[in-house]
Design a protein. Structure first.
Length: 71
């Protein structure tokens, strides 16, 4: 079993309060998703789009991605 109920405190690294990750799923059973982002050559606001991509992929938001289990 990959998750178990936590007895106290906040989510403790899990995306759902009261649930704690106790082990990774075995190889072949886990899900992997590769997300991509790009800015169109003719974007009406290319600088804003580049800044959004940096925000979503940067170190400032890394914790927010890792907390629910995204690497």
């Amino acid at each position: 079993m990959a998750i178990a109920a936590a007895h106290s405190g906040p989510a403790g690294g899990a995306a759902v309060a009261g649930v704690a990750l106790v082990a990774e799923l075995p190889p072949g059973l886990s899900l992997a998703t590769r997300d991509t982002a790009g800015v169109a050559l003719r974007a009406s606001h290319p600088q804003a789009a580049r800044e959004r991509v940096k925000l979503l992929t940067g170190e400032a938001t890394a914790y927010d991605r890792r907390r629910p289990g995204f690497v």
